[in-house]
Design a protein around this ligand. Structure first.
Ligand code: FAD
Ligand code: A2P
Length: 282
């Protein structure tokens, strides 16, 4: 009895608080991949327009009653009626220690102001596009890989994803499989266009069919030999990079060595870079 009277006001207070969330969106599904990775989908604000590859600020209400927001790449394509996110779980992370527990029906905060450099507009026309990613850096490419424009703009679309362990590749692997097998995606992108897609997953700390850092595989030429493509060339090749700061710096150096230049929304060139997260001490 005591329990019931104590519980009633709490439920009411929680409901009021949730309804009062600014920019609230409802979680529609959640999928956990490992103890460090999960993905979820939320409703999309009707007014939200974004370019595939951009990021927004999302979060939850903090214990202090203020929104606790972090940058997140939108992993779904711009035509999708929902929004998808692919997330790390940082055990003591202010946001993700809580966000990892969301369930369908819960609400998150989503500020509808998309920005970012990993967009087609920031690149000059080319023949082949490389998406280089590690960890959750795959997220913006999950969006771009489902965008028909990616295949209309290029003859070849190469996505590399490097993780420490095999299980960390699952979200990306499943996504590539769904792009190749999902009827809706096949219809949207076109079977001929889908033939342009090349997926190159590698691991560095657990045995898998292809092992090694992508930087090593670029330097020793294995990436190009495996794919049967010529070495990097500024005339035809374009690239987008998304991983840790150290990864971005090292890949960028290799691209620049090959003669590619970094572009931006305002000045399109041959490659663009975005951090997958901040704070690896560099
Ligand atoms: P924080 O205090 O933000 O981070 C604590 C520490 O955890 C960091 O110092 C870092 O060492 C580590 N860390 C944080 N994020 C990651 C990560 N993604 N992978 C590996 N280590 C990490 N995160 C995503 O999970 N998915 C995304 O799509 C995504 N997109 C981003 C886009 C941009 C432009 C930026 C700048 C960041 C992005 N992040 C993304 C990182 C995200 O903003 C948060 O850092 C992350 O959600 C953790 O939040 P937190 O409050 O729990 O911990
Ligand atoms: P490695 O296992 O050799 O460090 P992290 O979890 O540290 O962000 O790393 C994710 C993946 O990116 C790992 O496979 C890691 O390889 C790789 N990686 C980390 N830093 C670099 C870098 N500077 N250049 C290339 N690959 C990197």
């Amino acid at each position: 009895m005591t329990e019931m009277t104590e519980q009633a006001p709490v439920t009411q207070a929680t409901a009021t608080k949730v309804a009062a969330l600014p920019d609230a969106q409802t979680v529609t599904s959640v999928q956990h991949y490992t103890d460090r990775l999960f993905a979820f989908r939320v409703t999309r604000p009707q007014s939200l327009r974004f370019r595939s590859g951009e990021f927004v600020m999302i979060g939850l209400m903090g214990d202090n009653g203020k929104p606790l927001l972090r940058a997140y790449s939108i992993a779904s394509p711009s035509w999708d009626e929902e929004l998808e996110f692919y997330s790390i779980k940082v055990p003591d992370g202010p946001l993700t220690s809580k966000l990892q527990h969301i369930q369908p029906g819960d609400e998150i905060i989503l500020r509808p102001k998309p920005v970012g450099t990993l967009v087609h507009d920031a690149l000059l026309p080319g023949k082949r596009i490389y998406f280089f990613s590690t960890g959750t850096g795959f997220a913006p490419f999950a969006s771009l890989l489902r965008d028909p424009q990616t295949y209309e703009d290029y003859d070849e679309v190469i996505i590399t994803h490097t993780c420490r362990e095999v299980a960390e590749l699952t979200y990306g692997r499943d996504l590539i499989e769904s792009i190749r097998n999902d009827e809706l995606l096949q219809e949207l992108i076109g079977e001929e266009n889908l033939a342009k897609l090349r997926y190159y997953p590698t691991t560095t700390r657990e045995e898998s069919p292809k092992m090694g850092r992508i930087t090593t595989l670029i330097e020793n030429g294995e990436l190009f030999a495996d794919l049967g493509v010529p070495p990097l060339n500024p005339e035809h090749d374009r690239a987008m990079i998304c991983g840790s700061l150290a990864f971005n710096i090292d890949v960028k150096a290799l691209l620049e060595q090959a003669g590619l230049r970094e572009g931006a929304n305002s000045e399109p060139k041959e490659f663009v870079v975005e951090k997958a997260f901040v704070g690896d001490g560099i």
